[in-house]
Write a protein that binds this ligand. Sequence first.
Ligand code: NAP
Length: 317
Amino acid sequence: MAKADADAASPLFDKVALIGIGLIGSSLSHAIRRKGLAPTISGSARSAETRETAQRLGLVDEVFDNAAAACQDADLVVLCSPVGTFAAIAQEIGPVLKNGAIITDVGSVKTAVINDVAPYLPAGAHFIPGHPIAGSEVSGPESGFAELFDDRWCILTPTDKTDPEALSKLVHFWEQCGARVDLMDATHHDLVLAVTSHIPHLIAYNIVGTASDLEAVTESEVVKYSAGGFRDFTRIAASDPTMWRDVFLNNRDAVLEVLGRFSEDLAALQRAIRWGDGDMLFDLFTRTRDIRRNIIDAGQETPVPDFGRRGPGKVDD
Ligand code: NAP
């Protein structure tokens, strides 16, 4: 049996299954334990190393090398692996899901996930896709912490067919994990996240790749003078390659749409620099500064200088 701490609320589920026990799965386990939201947490992970670590850290009460075994008798199943794995996992767990179980996920894209998962789930299961907007560039079961979701948004994308009772239970679950919950249409989610997360990651991957390819600037100079801005991009560009490959392959339409707009705006900046249009540059840089202030005012960042060295609590995804 799991140990819940003094801050315990009453259990919401008898058994929660975490499929994938990396940063998000392990953080969910800590958040569930913190409030005693479920007496039993089961988990599954691909590698023996992750399974052993999850057990050693007490993240799970039982752990398996396959998702179906972890889902037996679970009232809540949370898919916490890269989105490219969801279709095969849904196919595997569909036949063993308990009648009335809630199935959700934490994947960074939603439309593709719905297409991949929904067809394999039985009629008695309630599928409610989700995405906590909290994370960082670190991965694995040792990187999780209970406060990851505190005051961060978690977006759920129900449809008008979603069972209201199951939805309100899942909303309550995320709130007890510390998050604020928003409901959104899946297509809109994918567009919003393309702007706020996916394109910024693509830009970071690109600028770090470009710098490492530039022959006129040596690699040691890139590292030595990185505090000029480059270092902040390298933090984002250190994010998990599997997860981010899957994000771009599964949110292709929204990413390409926003990327088109981004390229046009970049060309306008290029023109302003070429023709010495300082007003245009100054106006844009003033507007962007206001956006940073708005994010701080909304409690999604602190004004304290970061220098890329801050630990838990970063919001990247
Ligand atoms: P992570 O730390 O790399 O952990 C991924 C977990 O999934 C690991 O336990 C891994 O097992 C397991 N896994 C990988 N391939 C699998 C497969 N084929 N079948 C079953 N399990 C598999 O990743 P994460 O950062 O927690 O991300 C997990 C999900 O959260 C992704 O869908 C991502 O889009 C979403 N998300 C991430 C962030 C973020 O900032 N990181 C934020 C919000 C949402 P092994 O360790 O054994 O390989």
